[in-house]
Design a protein around this ligand. Structure first.
Ligand SMILES: *[C@@H]1O[C@H](CO)[C@@H](O)[C@H](O)[C@H]1NC(C)=O
Ligand SMILES: *[C@@H]1O[C@H](CO)[C@@H](O)[C@H](O)[C@H]1NC(C)=O
Ligand SMILES: *[C@@H]1O[C@H](CO)[C@@H](O)[C@H](O)[C@H]1NC(C)=O
Length: 177
């Protein structure tokens, strides 16, 4: 009797402590860090970034305000597009949405095609003030291994070619899922 009462008491005490772990809809969260390089290719015969719209007042020498770009950019595991392994694609759009400041609204899926995340994707949306050293954007969801995802991405420009517009950007993506 005394032993049974003690077990009931222990269970009663232990239960509240479990709540923080069971609060998430997906159960216990994992935190995954993915580092990839994102390549915007305007030059050459097979661009991965294409300008699809511009306002009559868009001035590309200034902020480019009003310009819309569609991307299907390769994501690689290393900084050099030619020699690194492609691990996915960044598909979506970015819009020059700063009138007087250079700021893009990024709206893209990182769709993975290699390793354990093959077939899974995360949705990234946020403001990209491209001249800043580090730009932070939100991870707003995901599919496959990244169902229920939330988190953030930090972008750092690796190379930028002023003549062609080609750019390589390091993305560190921190995902809870
Ligand atoms: C665009 O901006 C540049 C740099 O300020 C300026 O020289 C040029 O005249 C502008 N072009 C137009 C079409 O307004
Ligand atoms: C990558 O390859 C392209 C086309 O073959 C070439 O123009 C470019 O210079 C190369 N880039 C690097 C960093 O080697
Ligand atoms: C990724 O998944 C697709 C579809 O299941 C498969 O065809 C492909 O071979 C996989 N790629 C890698 C690198 O595992």
């Amino acid at each position: 009797m005394a032993a049974a009462a003690l077990i009931v008491l222990l269970l009663a005490v232990a239960t509240p402590a479990m709540h923080p772990q069971t609060a998430s809809a997906a159960g216990a969260d994992k935190e995954t860090h993915i580092k990839v390089y994102w390549h915007d290719v305007y030059s050459g015969p097979s661009p991965t970034a294409v300008v699809v719209a511009k306002a009559a007042t868009t001035n590309s020498s200034k902020t480019g305000f009003g310009m819309v770009v569609v991307i299907d950019d390769p994501l690689t595991d290393g900084p050099d597009l030619n020699s690194s392994k492609i691990v996915g694609r960044a598909q979506g759009t970015y819009i020059a949405s700063g009138k007087d400041s250079l700021a893009l609204l990024m709206n893209m899926n990182f769709v993975f095609s290699a390793g354990q995340y093959n077939g899974s994707a995360v949705a990234i949306m946020g403001r990209n003030s491209v001249m800043d050293e580090v730009r932070e954007m939100a991870v707003i969801g995901g599919t496959g291994a990244f169902r229920w995802a939330r988190g953030y991405a930090q972008a750092r420009t690796h190379t930028f070619d002023l003549k062609t517009g080609d750019a390589s950007v390091q993305y560190n993506v921190f995902i809870r899922h």
